[in-house]
Design a protein around this ligand. Structure first.
Ligand SMILES: *[C@@H]1O[C@H](CO)[C@@H](O)[C@H](O)[C@H]1NC(C)=O
Ligand SMILES: *[C@@H]1O[C@H](CO)[C@@H](O)[C@H](O)[C@H]1NC(C)=O
Ligand SMILES: *[C@@H]1O[C@H](CO)[C@@H](O)[C@H](O)[C@H]1NC(C)=O
Length: 376
């Protein structure tokens, strides 16, 4: 007999999963190493039912400076015991993290940087000297310091750290025990923080990154907000892109948007294309490529809507077609039949697969639509 059934027979109700209260706050800041260990207090927040409490502490040490990131809050990530990871061991630049996800009120109660911080015994110095810098701005006035004996190489790179909709660009110069652009040593994520690294100063372009998918009745008329809440560090030769695709079958419309880095060879350019209609099924797109930091910043679908042809309402013809536009589904149950406008001669039915967008994210959708023209 299941324990729940037994409890029910005994007249005991099983309590619902409690919503937790968690410590809540963030800190991301370059500190003088002499200020560590740090202590902090944070505010509290009531989480949604079923969510856990999370805490993440990341320390990046670089000579006299330490970059500290602290994130506390509610999360849907899987619970796990406290975990300390040394992502890049010193001497020289080092990165370590402490992460924990737990399911009790205020269990994310770490209040000092001590688990990750031990004062170092003085290290024997070698003969290599490197500029040492840790800054969200620039490293133009970096001091040159003598490296520890085992650090025989100078590192110079950029990190992009993103969590939720916030990201920080960090310039790093310092001593390392190996050559190359591998400060992160394979680390891509620390809890909710994603990390990217580049040492190619010409590949320093940052772009907005995100995908949007909307279906509604009036997307050809009413502009919708188009924002991307993360950023991406591009590879050498890439540019920023933003693309919107609109498909409208009259009773329903679909809008797909994508922002990110692109390998497109095009430099700065912007284009609106009308692939089909009107009259009949409308398929139109907006595509922009640009080459300055975060330039793919269109904030609304009006960049496309304002350029759509707006013919006067067409007179109805004598053709009737089933109409449906379905993402991730099929059109069998819910096709309404409509009277097609004059100038259309066929009913269109088909599937369109969209591919690309960002990395591995792609959409496929199925549609069966009214008012096909002869070609599409
Ligand atoms: C760090 O703190 C020490 C001692 O408080 C101070 O002497 C030093 O100038 C500080 N360094 C920086 C870079 O602020
Ligand atoms: C790099 O990562 C590997 C495995 O994650 C680890 O064993 C190694 O110690 C790391 N190297 C440094 C220099 O931190
Ligand atoms: C970032 O996300 C937080 C919570 O998820 C939200 O309150 C805030 O408005 C967002 N900020 C921006 C600029 O989107």
């Amino acid at each position: 007999m299941s324990p729940f059934l037994l409890l029910a027979l005994l007249g005991i109700t099983v309590p619902r999963v409690q919503a937790l209260t968690c410590y809540w706050g963030t800190l991301a800041s370059v500190k003088n190493a002499s200020e560590l260990p740090l202590q902090w207090t944070t505010s509290r927040k009531h989480c949604e039912e079923g969510w856990s409490c999370q805490e993440v502490l990341m320390l990046m040490e670089n000579g006299p400076q330490v970059y500290v990131v602290l994130i506390k809050g509610c999360t849907q990530a899987a619970d796990h015991e406290d975990l300390i990871t040394q992502h890049r061991a010193g001497p020289g630049v080092s990165i370590a993290s402490y992460t924990r996800v737990c399911r009790e009120d205020l269990c994310n109660h770490l209040s000092t940087s001590l688990p990750l911080w031990a004062p170092h015994p003085p290290t024997a110095l070698g003969s290599v000297r490197c500029p040492v810098c840790l800054s969200a701005q620039s490293c133009r006035s970096a001091a040159e310091l003598t490296c520890p004996a085992e650090s025989t190489h100078c590192y110079s790179g950029h990190l992009l750290l993103s969590a939720g909709n916030r990201s920080t660009h960090l310039r790093v110069q310092g001593c390392m025990s190996q050559a190359g652009c591998n400060l992160l040593n394979g680390t891509r994520e620390i809890g909710p923080i994603s990390l990217q690294e580049t040492c190619d100063s010409e590949a320093m372009l940052t772009c907005h990154r995100g995908v949007m998918l909307r279906t509604s009745q009036d997307l050809t008329q009413k502009p919708v907000t188009w924002s991307a809440n993360t950023e991406q560090l591009c590879n050498r030769g890439e540019v920023c892109q933003e693309t919107l695709l609109l498909i409208d079958v009259g009773l329903r419309s679909l809008l797909v948007g994508s922002k990110g880095c692109s390998k497109a060879r095009t430099q700065d350019s912007q284009a609106i294309s009308i692939h089909s209609g009107p009259p009949g099924v409308l398929v139109a797109s907006f595509a922009r490529f640009c080459t300055s930091d975060k330039c793919n910043s269109a904030a609304s679908s009006s960049v496309l809507l304002n350029s759509l042809p707006r013919p006067a309402a067409p007179a109805p013809g004598d053709l009737q077609c089933p109409t449906c536009l379905s993402v991730f589904g099929s059109c069998t149950q819910n096709s309404d039949t409509v009277m097609c406008p004059k100038g259309t001669s066929h009913c269109y039915q088909g599937h369109i697969a969209l591919r690309g967008a960002l990395d591995n994210q792609f959409f496929m959708y199925h549609s069966e639509r009214k008012m096909g023209k002869n070609s599409m």
